[in-house]
Design a protein around this ligand. Structure first.
Ligand code: GLC
Ligand code: GLC
Length: 811
């Protein structure tokens, strides 16, 4: 069953039933200031860091789910309703939510009144705009009472929930004109406050939650709304909120616009105050003035739309498959921007408190984003590398506000350093900007021990070969990409986290075949980079290490029919036919086949056939098989999950594209395409009931074949799945890949795909590449640029500014 439909022309998903199988959300904001908004106007806003600068409150895992947001209450005689259906839940005559690119438009119609609310964050602005348009479509005069409502968070989202003995005393507000200011802690160490304004005179307000809602009421029926009048309350401590009250009279056919602005302001120390105890409001008023008419707001929204038009024009596909087009051209790219911005910090599943920007995750996010805004990718690479340790090891994450690394979600993951090579190389291939390698980058944010970014890459490469185990394979550390394969934790205490508990690497023989494959892939990239830079000795040294690793995998990492996953602490095989459960894992099949290890000996083909036979199912490829049914202390968290979920035989969508790419390496386009479609949200729209998460974005996990309900997805939005699927479909299946010297055209297609046009803006030129499939579906037979034949399948760089027509005929 569907709950809406795609509107490709407007680049929107249109939800027509508010009772979606889970809140279906969207993101507002592109840089610095962000908001999340659900299809019923739930969600929250923050500046840069969802933990340290949270503007509005949101309670996770609430009853019902998704309570709190930017709410409007309309009282029309005795009927009270909300344009987004919630929180009042009065049945609407019409409901529609259009989630677009960085904006959402939610419309409710009741008893002849239409309320259209558009939420967005204008470019380069630290504020959300909520444009509410009320229209009287009835033939009688309407006298409406309008209430806005949102609840302030006392800035630190974690402390806000925990430290009530303090926090119930600290809340402070000011009200001036139609603006409610939130200034908790401004008088001491904070240089920032927030405000919620409206561009029209108000007839009252509330800033104290209890006065507005009532101590025993719920958000569906606040006392002030029931009474039809506010209390003009001023919060001192307790829970500060912001609610405007406006009396609206509409003649038949008349419409009125109300522009609410939820903003964030920072003032320099010497300019904090207007007078004693009265905050300096100038910057806030300036923001309000920029958006005080419907016309100004519509212009700002138009600017935002053209910003996205521009970004999305860099890669564009025209094929006969609408679902594929809308994923490649709109939604997958959009999700890549969101994952780049948020890493794994703030979604409806990630509370924005524990997790910041991940070393491993953010590097991988770059492969789906670097073509969009390369300058931001560049800055990100430097920020990430700045948290690396001098020995190549890494903080697993850093806080976006402070850019300082922390080990709040663990450390000692031995795959981490290699992802920096991926991030950097992807950036250089996209831009040709080798100068990034010369940037001086600190270790652990200590400028005094800075070295060049290139040195960081060398140190990353060396970190692997300095940490090899008894079989010549990389030691796993706490874990590799799979955070839950904890081979050195041996945890028996339910009160400790597998991610942060002691990591017993001393005497451990735990080695990872996945890191070995990863090393062959990114070690080879490193070798190529050294060659490009003329560092031939270093290239030769690195190459021999890479070859050694590939040999070690062939002799010690092969189980006969597939690649082993690892060796445990004691040196026993993990992911072998010898094991009772967890005989085969996806990660090592993905990485070793992407690396092409043992390809000539038939290992890649065998490995991928084993994936098909043992791991594939109706909804995607599961992580391992058989699923674990008991706790294995020497494996850790993976065996804590019920079978079929998360890392224990769930379809962990992030790794499915590794198999797709592996399949393209051996020329099996039909297989790669089949795997692509299985987890791609646009193809799952019809089964939204089962799938549950948004049909326009990927989820981290879909319950696997062993689960209680196979096919149910969880953790949508913030997942490496976005970047990896975009990378797999555009660069390996459709096959247009940036290389140092140009664009490589190397598709591996399903037989059924006949022809498509792939437009690529690359280093200043535009390439319109028309690809005609052949019998085999891979291998380029002929390539021409503007009618001139080119040997091979590389489009060499053309003059910037030009538009080039490229014709490609495949075998
Ligand atoms: C989560 C983490 C990621 C990890 C993956 C597998 O998505 O963010 O870092 O690789 O789980 O455990
Ligand atoms: C684990 C999750 C994994 C995540 C890790 C770190 O509980 O299963 O996906 O990467 O925690 O947050």
């Amino acid at each position: 069953m569907k709950y809406g439909h795609f509107d490709d022309a407007n680049k929107e998903y249109v939800i027509t039933n508010p009772q979606t199988p889970f809140p279906w959300i969207n993101y507002l904001g592109n840089e610095d200031f962000f908001g999340l908004v659900s299809n019923t106007a739930g969600g929250y806003a923050f500046y840069k860091d969802a933990k340290f600068r949270r503007l509005t409150r949101y309670r996770y895992n609430n009853i019902p789910m998704d309570n709190g947001g930017r709410y409007f209450y309309i009282k029309d005689e005795d009927t009270i309703w909300s344009p987004g259906w919630k929180p009042v839940k009065t049945p609407l005559d019409k409901y529609e939510c259009r989630h677009g690119l960085s904006y959402s438009k939610i419309t409710g119609v009741k008893n002849g009144v239409s309320a259209e609310s558009t939420f967005f964050i204008p470019l380069k602005t630290w504020a959300e705009v909520h444009h509410l348009k009320l229209t009287n479509d009835s033939d009688s005069v309407k006298k409406l009472k309008l209430f806005s409502f949102m609840e302030w968070c006392l800035w630190n989202a974690e402390d806000d929930q925990n430290n009530l003995q303090r926090n119930l005393n600290t809340g402070e507000v000011e009200v001036e004109g139609s603006t409610i200011y939130h200034k908790t802690e401004y008088k001491e160490r904070r240089n920032h406050y927030a405000f919620y304004s409206v561009n029209t005179p108000i007839n009252g307000y509330d800033t104290n939650r209890e006065s507005f809602v009532g101590l025993y009421n719920e958000l569906s029926g606040p006392q002030a709304v029931l009474d039809g009048k506010p209390h003009n309350s001023e919060a001192h401590g307790w829970s500060p909120v912001a609610s405007h009250y406006i009396e609206v009279e509409l003649q038949p056919g008349e419409a009125k616009d109300f522009i609410f602005v939820l903003g964030y302001v920072e003032n320099p120390e010497e300019d904090k105050w207007e007078s004693k105890g009265v905050i300096n409001k100038k910057p806030a008023l300036a923001i309000q003035q920029k958006f005080d008419t419907a016309e100004k707001v519509e212009n700002a929204l138009a600017e935002l739309k053209s910003y996205w038009e521009n970004l999305l024009s860099i890669i564009n596909l025209e094929s006969k498959d609408d679902k594929l087009n809308r994923m490649v051209n709109i939604w997958n790219q959009y999700q890549c921007m969101v994952t780049f911005n948020m890493s794994r910090s703030a979604s409806f599943f990630e509370v924005g408190i524990g997790r910041g920007m991940g070393f491993r995750d953010s590097n991988q996010d770059l492969i789906g984003f670097v073509h969009q805004v390369p300058e931001r990718a560049r800055e990100r690479i430097i920020d990430i590398a700045s948290t690396q340790f001098p020995d190549g090891g890494c903080y697993h994450q850093y806080q976006p506000l402070t850019k300082r690394g922390n080990d709040a979600i663990g450390g000692g993951f031995n795959d981490d350093p290699l992802w920096l090579i991926l991030g950097t190389v992807s950036y250089i291939k996209e831009t040709g900007d080798f100068s990034i390698l010369d940037e001086m980058v600190p270790f652990d944010n200590d400028e005094s021990i800075a070295q060049s970014l290139f040195d960081h890459l060398t140190i990353s490469f060396n970190h692997v070969i300095k940490n090899l185990g008894p079989n010549g394979l990389p030691l796993i550390g706490r874990a590799d990409w799979n955070d839950c394969l904890n081979l050195n934790c041996f945890s028996t205490n339910p009160n400790e986290s597998f991610q942060t508990t002691e990591n017993n690497t001393k005497g451990s023989k735990a080695e990872s075949v996945m890191i070995a494959g990863l090393f062959v892939v990114y070690g080879t990239d490193y070798v190529e980079l050294c060659e490009k830079l003329g560092k031939t000795d270093e290239a030769a040294r690195a190459k021999s290490e890479v070859n050694k690793m590939a040999e070690a995998v062939k002799s010690k990492g092969w189980d006969g029919e597939w690649f082993l996953r690892a060796y445990d602490f004691y040196g026993n095989k993990v992911g072998s036919d010898e094991n009772e459960e967890g005989k085969i894992f996806i990660e090592s099949q993905g990485w070793c086949t992407m690396a092409g290890i043992g390809k000539d000996e038939g290992m890649c083909e065998k490995s991928l056939d084993a994936v098909k036979e043992r791991l594939d199912c109706e909804y995607g490829i599961v992580l391992n098989n058989p699923a674990f049914t008991r706790y294995v202390v020497e494996y850790g968290e993976i065996s804590t999950y019920p079978k079929g979920y998360k890392e224990n035989a769930g379809i962990f969508c992030h790794n499915n594209p590794w198999i797709m790419i592996g399949e393209t390496r051996i020329g099996r386009g039909d297989r790669a395409w089949e795997y692509y479609q299985k987890i791609c949200p646009a193809y799952l729209e019809e089964i939204s009931d089962l799938h549950r998460t948004e049909p326009y974005v990927y989820a981290q996990m879909i319950a696997g074949k062993d689960a209680y309900i196979p096919g149910e997805a969880k953790n949508s939005w913030l997942t490496g799945t976005a970047a990896w699927n975009f990378y797999a479909i555009t660069q390996f299946i459709l096959g247009v890949r940036p290389e140092y010297e140009g664009l490589l055209v190397d598709p591996c297609l399903p037989k059924a795909m006949e022809e498509y046009q792939f437009t690529r803006k690359f280093r200043g030129a535009t390439y319109k590449i028309n690809i005609v499939n052949g019998e085999r579906g891979h291998g380029v037979k002929a390539l021409s640029i503007n009618g001139n034949k080119v040997d091979g399948n590389l489009i060499p760089l053309q003059k910037a500014g030009g538009v080039y027509q490229v014709e490609v005929i495949m075998y």
